[in-house]
Design a protein around this ligand. Sequence first.
Ligand SMILES: [Zn+2]
Length: 106
Amino acid sequence: MIPTPRHKEKTPCRGCGRAMHWVHNVITGKKGPVDPTATVYVMLDEASTDHPDAAYGMTAKAFMENVETITMEGGRVYTREQIVGFFVSHFQTCPKANQFSGGNKR
Ligand SMILES: [Zn+2]
């Protein structure tokens, strides 16, 4: 996984025109668009003492500002600097998502 000058560029969605990033999912092998504007949360498996009906957590942005490394199953370690962020699929946020189908989701 070698960074290139283009790997963090935003490109416009052909449906709605909003800027998005592309992520090649290393688990599934598929490439998909992600929305850099949607707020994503990290939810911990720990109940809030102030709000017992809620879990502790934080935005993914805050998580990334505080995490040092993430260790993957198998031992690969990613440092904070190697992780751009956590994103929602643009298919979840695109108002024109229903016009895309199969392998033509751009
Ligand atoms: Zn879109």
